[in-house]
Design a protein around this ligand. Structure first.
Ligand SMILES: [Zn+2]
Length: 618
């Protein structure tokens, strides 16, 4: 974060070794600020003398001399330099006003001489109030109405003009203003003199409340070792002013350029540079992306969300000189909660994710998810596949947590339990089924998700692997083999070999094919009677080994009843796999139901394209 801050500050032409340069603001907030009116004094013995108004042209080079820093909008600024609004008001509130409250507040950090200097100067201004205004007003009012001006003080000394920023006392006040939030909180002061800064490792004045993110605040029990004496907070995390300012600048930069939305969450994508050589190039990517100057070609792949361009593919093209930290957080009122922190994701890891995504996306069934005469719709993998099964819902608040855990697993390569995923995938599919909605979309998203995770070897407790060798059962089945060949076996084998990992047991094949057969029956029922009563036999898609085996003959009987059993070859294959699979499949209800619905939804893929007797799938 400090490095990002250094980059951000350098970009604004700040001198990193000079806190004043970091803290100071440009009084010319836009190009209309062309004039500077200096109220000029000379010192004589124990007092000051007003010497008139000097009108200068604004100069960028003098920003540190003006030493401007905005204060509260009605009160004075941090130093007696101000942007002119209405000259009378500005002079009275921001210049004369400065020598009352701000001066009083600064006294504890000033020595006697400094206090005296400021009090005398204030006294002189107050005494000359009318005279100064008399000189000032016509000059300010004479400038072009479209232009703006700045009001400040200068002290003339031996032909030398000294500006506010040339006085140590004002720099001290500016510094203290910038530092106070790092050492003072709830009326507790936490600082140490000449101690080692935990960031730059040099001995300096260090502060205890430098907390770039609220989660790290020392006011939470548990974060602080050695008791809870807040005034000693600097002992736990001592940071010097320079480092604190850099970290703050880094935080601001990150929030501006590296902050993204993600399904109702926010996250920061914080790069950690492993060497500095290419930092500028990297920051440039973030800035361009943020300013929407990045040109996305049509092939650009999204990973996080289908409908919004995300920066990950661009970053995946970088070499491994960086890694990324993802900080997912939630902000409500003043509370900032880190929900998930993913560390050290290398660009090469991102490339692996895109590679797996690419394999999955190119599968025929996903590229051709839907097609008619005019359009073809594909389904491409994004983390939206995960979100579909783990949505943000009041019914089950845990789903948000699971969603982030799975996201974490995918980025870090931590495996995700197969049965756990199946449970939630089937939960969604069953809901669709209960509502008599098509299960197709959910099925495809779930199937694609599992396929993606298999590519990454992230499916935990999944008994995948090479297909088992089919035993030659033609002898055993003998005459049952159908006379005519309508090509089912070839078409089925295409699917089985494309998804080799998924169809590695005979039981899975049997269940899958039975699902397809049921879909054919449901289509026929629907066509002939306008409804599909066989649906009730599917037990709301809670199918186990027994029920799958029991309904198989029932499906065939029904098809015979309708005089529409065109599927003898398919039935033969189901029998074959059923027999080979034996008993005690060791498949959960979720898994059996999953393969069954998969078969239902891929049934039209298995169907003979030429067969006219068959009724079209809906
Ligand atoms: Zn430091």
């Amino acid at each position: 974060m400090k490095e990002i801050g250094e980059y951000a500050l350098e970009k604004e032409n700040k001198d990193l070794s000079d806190f004043v340069s970091i803290l100071v603001e440009n009084p010319a907030s836009n190009e209309t600020y062309k004039h500077v009116f200096c109220i000029k004094f000379v010192s004589s013995q124990d007092s000051f003398e007003f010497k008139g108004i000097e009108h200068q042209e604004y100069s960028k080079e003098k920003i540190v001399k003006y030493l401007y820093k905005r204060g509260s909008s009605n009160g004075p600024d941090i130093t007696p330099t101000a942007r002119v609004t209405e000259i009378k008001k500005t002079f009275s509130n921001k210049i004369i006003g400065w020598f009352s409250k701000p001066l009083k507040e600064a006294k504890p950090i000033l020595d006697g001489e400094e206090v005296q200097f400021l009090e005398l100067l204030g006294k002189c201004i107050k005494e000359n109030e009318e005279k100064i205004l008399f000189d000032l007003e016509p000059k300010v009012n004479a400038i072009d109405a479209k232009e703006n001006s700045i009001l400040t003080l200068v002290l003339e000394e031996n032909d030398l003009t000294r500006y506010v920023g040339d006085f140590e006392v004002f720099r001290k006040i500016l510094k203290n203003n910038g530092a106070s939030r790092f050492y003072s909180k709830y009326d507790i002061i936490s600082k140490g003199d000449d101690k080692v800064c935990s960031v730059c490792k040099t001995n300096k004045e260090v502060y205890g409340f430098v907390t770039p993110y609220e989660f790290y605040t020392v006011d939470k029990r548990g974060f602080v070792s050695g008791g809870f004496d807040q005034s000693k907070a600097w002992r736990n995390n001592p940071v010097c002013l320079e480092c604190a300012l850099k970290m703050t600048a880094g935080k601001e930069y990150i929030e501006k350029y590296m902050s993204f939305g993600f399904y109702g969450f926010n996250f920061l994508l914080i790069p950690k540079l492993l060497n500095n050589s290419k930092s500028e190039e990297l920051f440039d990517i973030f800035e361009k992306f943020n300013e929407k100057k990045f040109v996305f070609n049509k092939e650009y792949q999204n990973f996080l969300q289908a409908n919004e361009n995300d920066i990950l593919e661009i970053l995946s093209e970088e070499a491994d000189y960086i890694n990324f930290n993802f900080q997912f957080y939630e902000k409500s009122n003043s509370a900032y909660r880190i929900l998930l922190y993913i560390e050290d994701v290398l660009p090469s890891r991102l490339r692996e994710l895109f590679k797996s995504k690419d394999i999955v996306d190119k599968r025929k069934i996903f590229t051709n998810y839907f097609s008619n005469d005019t359009e073809v719709k594909s389904i491409k993998f994004t983390l939206g596949n995960v979100r579909w099964f783990f949505p943000n819902t009041l019914d089950d608040p845990d789903l948000n947590k699971y969603f982030l855990e799975i996201t974490n697993g995918i980025f870090t390569g931590t495996s995700i339990d197969y049965n756990f995923l199946l449970k939630y995938i089937m939960q969604r599919i069953r809901k669709d089924f209960r509502n008599e909605s098509p299960t197709r979309y959910s099925m495809f998203l779930g199937f694609q998700l599992l396929d993606f995770l298999i590519q990454l070897h992230l499916l935990g407790n999944y008994r995948g692997g090479k297909s088992v060798n089919s035993k030659n059962l033609s002898v055993l089945l003998g005459d049952m083999a159908p006379k005519e060949n309508s090509g089912y076996e070839e078409r089925i084998n295409v699917v089985f070999s494309e998804f080799e990992h998924f169809f590695n047991t005979d039981a899975k094949r049997a269940v899958f094919l039975e699902g397809a057969l049921v879909q054919y029956l449901l289509n026929i029922q629907k066509f002939q009677r306008g409804s599909a009563p066989f649906r009730t036999k599917l037990r709301g898609l809670n199918l186990d080994e027994r029920s799958v085996k029991r309904i198989f003959p029932e499906i065939i009987n029904k098809l015979e009843e309708y005089d529409a059993n065109y599927y003898k070859e398919l039935e033969y294959l189901i029998s074959k796999y059923m027999i080979q699979s034996g008993t005690d499949w060791k498949m959960s209800t979720d898994e059996i139901s999953f393969y069954f619905v998969l078969g239902m939804n891929l049934s039209n893929l298995l169907k003979s394209p030429k067969s006219e007797k068959e009724i079209e799938n809906d």
